[in-house]
Design a protein around this ligand. Sequence first.
Ligand code: C2E
Ligand code: CA
Ligand code: CA
Length: 729
Amino acid sequence: MKPQTLLDQAVTESSPLDITRLLTTITTNLVGMIYRCRVDTTWTMEYVSDCCHRLTGYQPDEVMFNKRISFDQITLPEDRERVRRDIHAALEKNEIFEVEYRIQRADGRVCWMLERGVGIRDEYGRMVWIEGYMQDISEQMSANEAMLEAVRRYSSIFEHATEGIFQTAPDGHYLNANPALASIYGHASAGELIRHLRDIQHQLYVSPTRRSEFMERMHEKGEVINFESQVYRLDGSIIWISENAHTVRKPDGSVLFFEGTVVDITERKQHEAKLEHLASHDSLTGLPNRSLLRDRIDQAIVKARREGSKVAVVFVDLDHFKLINDSLGHHVGDRLLLEVAARLVTCVRSHDSVARQGGDEFVLVLTEQHGDTETLAIISRLLEVISRPWMNDGQEFGLSCSVGISCYPQDGDDPDTLLRCADAAMYKAKASGRSTYHFYTPELNDAINERLELENSLRHALERDEFRVHYQPRIDTSSGRIVGAEALIRWDCPGKGIIPPDSFISIAEETGLIVPIGRWILQEACRQNSAWQRAGLPPISVSVNLSPIQFRHAGLVKSVAIALQQANLDPAYLELELTESFVMHDAERINVAMQSLKSLGVDISVDDFGTGYSSLSYLKRFPVDRLKVDKSFVRDIDTDPDDAAIVRAIITLGHALGLKVVAEGVETQAHLEFLQQHHCDELQGYYFSRPVPAIEMGALLGGLQTCTPLQAASGSGMGNIVPIRGTAS
Ligand code: C2E
Ligand code: CA
Ligand code: CA
């Protein structure tokens, strides 16, 4: 049974109600203190209940009639005035007062009091006493204080956070926002933002469906994490934000509001977009790169399949780009590529693509094609646009390109196949004279396979000893004597016969096989030359062609030295030929390499002179001994005044620089006469001899070959010149 209180007893026993006892019971059991005091300057206590001691640390008789201390003294000085004011204000209005203030207990501790009371008037109606009750509320006060402190702390976080913080109602308006959110969205204050944004879905989100997705997730999962969207700022600009938010529900489960944070991720998004662009675009031209090109072809195929149209993949390769790049340097090459890219873009429509496949290769993806005629119209425009002259640094360049075309659906239905077919068609266009186009046909595959087969056989040619060296004599113009021979490689490929260098040198260069092959021919030429000398034949200089790839390879100088040493050949009898276009490229570095070759004691000649874009100042500084006029200028020397002028100029220039000038491709009596007349130093060509095997060359050197001294056609003393016909190529 529940223990009965005294009050219960009093009532249930239905004994007469003893009010005095009842009050005593209450006052002694109360946690607070009942009092009566005077309305005077010290709040003189006339009565305090026993609890006074618990509350203040003073015994009741110590405070009654201010025996030891008055209540005014107990009250903290800073609260006294307020307490007095508030109590008097209530008394004047005959109201109950309620004040909170601090006292200092007898033990020195400060406690919070809550005091309630009423004024009591005397028989004359004067407000003389107060009767009331006070209790210790220190605990509540410190709990309140802690709560206030927490509120202060959180609101400080809210106010000063760099993240935007919000509470929004499900209907799409703001309940609360912090200054950071206001500034992210371009508002002067949170208040302004809350007033302005009444419809988040349509006023804030660039894509209103994003808000629907936000709501959906909030309803389903109760939260969103790193939810990224584009939103409008007040000034209309668009930014990217990332939101983290959760749903706050009422106890009955219905949604009260959403709250969360917002960060501005525009910068990160821009950075990501930049990276993505870099990964999918060519850094020089800004055009889509290889990987994006594949995507574009894929998309075009999907679209064409849907619409029943065709796609043309057009492979564009600049003619002679390597020449310009090698002779004038990468910066000019780059400028040219930029120009070509810009020109190509003008040839296509907005739904087509132009991409850079790499190097000087570009690919166009033409969509919505319906037949070859339509495609051809674009191609002929392209060939015309590209062939317009290009001015660079006051120099005019003629440009042209070779174009290969493959089509979806007939040639393939995936990017790789279409690109491979267009590439094959482009090679065919190049082979048929450049500056032209070619559509893919299945037979072109055979050509590709053949090339692959050649490449494969070439890998084993060296170890199978299939290379041969032929020698073509070089004649001294005034004496008519053989003063040198050019070593020219041939490949005796089983089943294919003798393959000329033009058919495999480029493959050897692309595959790097040129390095061991070049080393071999150096050794072979030195060995042969040394053998002729040991056989007592008149000593001559043998020249060996060097590929730029060999030149870039670190071991070149060493292999030349080793070849000379192994053959025991005087370096004066070895000459190295470098093509002009290569020599002019990266001139400084090449000059250094040439100097170290030169220091071995060998001669250096510049081959195919006139086809590159030489800078005279470089030529002067290079340790060069000979210029070999390219045979394309010699061919029409007697009929084309331009070619005649060029060759004359080269001879004059060479002599001015103290170099010997050699003409190659001398085929006729007329060539000979012209070159003699203009004092070209040395001559090489079919007119004297084709390149021949070593044994025939030896015979020529020994004078065993039948020679017919030339009769002076014009009586200009050419009696010494000996045309000698070789039997080989
Ligand atoms: P090149 O260095 O300009 O060699 C001269 C080419 O002109 C040779 O072709 C030669 O047979 C040809 N020729 C000689 N006289 C006449 C003539 O009177 N009329 C005409 N139309 N042509 C003539 P070949 O032997 O087919 O060599 C072609 C190219 O292959 C060479 O051009 C050279 O660039 C390269 N080559 C040849 N052998 C080697 C080699 O061992 N290493 C390297 N890296 N390249 C080589
Ligand atoms: Ca040569
Ligand atoms: Ca040449």
